[in-house]
Write a protein that binds this ligand. Structure first.
Ligand code: G3P
Ligand code: MG
Length: 242
């Protein structure tokens, strides 16, 4: 299972979140510049169903807008500044659409873990839209993406829409019935918070045939310790060339 997936050990978290405004094209470019071969980013919908790259449900923290993304139409979202909050040098940076992000990935030859992060009660339609976009627009030159979510509902709808998707089940804490859930969503990886990792936990998951991906690991020594425990990949805000 592992060898077919071709997921690298180091994945830039929201691009290179430590160096550039998260989930922006500058952040993806920075990750590439630093030597990352894959980035992770979060996808959700505007009020009118445009797929955009953003982590939070609300615009407030990472843009100069206010209120929920789910209540803001694309014509307003596209005017927002998503860079100045991080650093004045990034002023003018925009919230990227999913489609323009795919074009940049192709240009940079950068693989991706696409995290479906639906706004409240938008799991199905966001997942279907993401899966259809991958089906129709994923650059053929790139390795197939890993599609993950904390929403198992979203993962089921994504897989139903595009049966070849490689699915990663995301958990903050590993539920007792994790294996049943993983089978239900047809997951091929288990993605978990690094804080909960023990050798016992990793072995349990690996022994069932699932590679483990751990977020968010910003320390190289910690990354190496995790690899030695059997972790397959880490998400880091400060990506480096492996
Ligand atoms: O996919 C790994 C990680 O991004 C999950 O947490 O909150 O950063 O999206 P979050
Ligand atoms: Mg994420």
């Amino acid at each position: 299972m592992l060898s077919k997936l071709k997921i690298p050990r180091i994945i830039g978290h929201r691009g290179a979140k430590g160096y550039a405004p998260e989930n922006t094209l500058s952040s993806f470019r920075k990750a590439k510049e630093l030597g990352a071969s894959w980035v992770e980013f979060d996808v959700k919908e505007t009020e009118d169903g445009v797929l955009v790259i953003m982590h939070d449900d609300d615009l407030d923290r990472t843009t100069n807008g206010k209120g929920p993304m789910a209540k803001t139409p694309w014509k307003e979202v596209k005017e927002l500044d998503a860079g100045a909050w991080f650093n004045e040098t990034f002023k003018g940076e925009k919230i990227p659409t999913f489609e323009e992000t795919l074009l940049l990935l192709k240009e940079l030859n950068l693989g991706a873990n696409i995290e479906i992060k639906p706004c409240i009660n938008r799991d199905e339609r966001t997942a279907v839209a993401v899966a259809n976009t991958i089906l129709n627009k994923w650059p053929k030159e790139l390795p197939p993406p890993l599609v993950s979510s904390f929403s198992m509902e979203a993962l089921k709808f994504a897989k139903r829409t595009h049966s070849e998707l490689i699915i990663g089940a995301l958990f903050e804490t590993l539920p007792a019935d994790w294996e049943k859930i993983a089978k239900e969503v047809q997951a091929q990886t288990i993605n978990i918070d690094q804080d909960i990792i023990t050798l016992e936990l990793i072995s349990k998951i690996n022994n069932k045939g699932y590679p483990v991906l751990a977020y968010t690991v910003n320390d190289k020594k910690r990354a190496n310790d995790l690899f030695n425990l059997g972790v397959h990949s880490i998400f880091t805000d400060y990506p480096w060339k492996d």
